[in-house]
Design a protein around this ligand. Sequence first.
Ligand code: CMP
Length: 363
Amino acid sequence: MGKRQIGGRLGRNAGILPPGGEAALAAIGLAAFLIGTLPGLSAPVAMPLTAACVAVALAFAVLYALRLLAAPDRRRYALSVPALVDFLAAVPVPLTLLAGLPGGSARLLGVLWALKLIRLNPAFAMLARVLRNERQTLLSVTTVFLVFALFAATLEFLLERNAQPDVFDSVPAALWWAATTVTTTGYGDKVPITFAGRLLGGGVMVAGIGLFALWAGIVASGFAAELRRREFLEAWDVVVRLPLFRDLGAASLAEIANMLKVETCATGAVIVRRGQPGESMYFIAEGAAEVHTDRGPVRLGPGQFFGEAALITDAPRNATVTAAAPTRLLRLDVVDFRSLAAHQPELLHIIEAEDARRKAGGA
Ligand code: CMP
């Protein structure tokens, strides 16, 4: 069974309550749980907070039960990560209350509702994917980080143990110093007092910043690569279905998909305006575009293109084009158009022929 199908099922199950509503419930529950831990709350304040926590816990329990009942393959659904998060948000609070744990302590398990915010946010799925893709590199940097902290702690222990035998009494104690120094946190509970010890401390702080920058750089480049990959797949999905590219091989299609950027337009949005210089041409993936020509409007549908004339002739746009429906377009910028025209002259010929037909007044 395809992964896509399971994902679809989970998606449909998730539709019992819109993600926004579920996130709002989690936020209300978390706020009630956090405020409820403040000392000295009067009964009129504490009561509604407890009621809110119980209501949120019950709502999540009902949601979980409904999703489980609606799932075609319950075992598979129950073992999926989204379902496990739903389970953690639904079961522990009511269970501990039923087991007789005092309400105040049971409510602390409401912290698990924060997991819902992660599970409901699609951006976190991407973060998880980036971390998975970059795990080897991140693991190497983390190992360097730990080894570096261990060396720094051992050296600092050697340098400081005579001057401060109570503070730097062991390598594990110095490791705490190393951890707060490498991360540049510096609690100040263990501070070197010898010249050499301070010198080492300064070096460790600077190196710590460098290691964190390395970590951040790896994650950022992982994000950029993932975004590019998604864009490529989205473009590829459309490119392989466009009649214009029907006869091209996989390598050429990949080259084109790499160049195209996906854009979405609402109905009525102006995509190109008559008289303006042309910087891109567009392929319609879904929806429709309306070309406002002197001879009346011309409707273009999926698989067709527009905006080529300005790129071929370097003249301003000869018509205004608007989206006639919610439309998904693939944009080809002029530099990529030139490079494509050089690599795939037959494509340029097809585009030029269509442009000539339009100019001659063809429908
Ligand atoms: P361009 O001049 O770059 O920008 C406006 C676009 O409208 C133009 O390229 C063509 O792609 C498109 N266009 C102009 N006239 C027609 C027509 N008669 N039929 C279809 N498309 C047209």
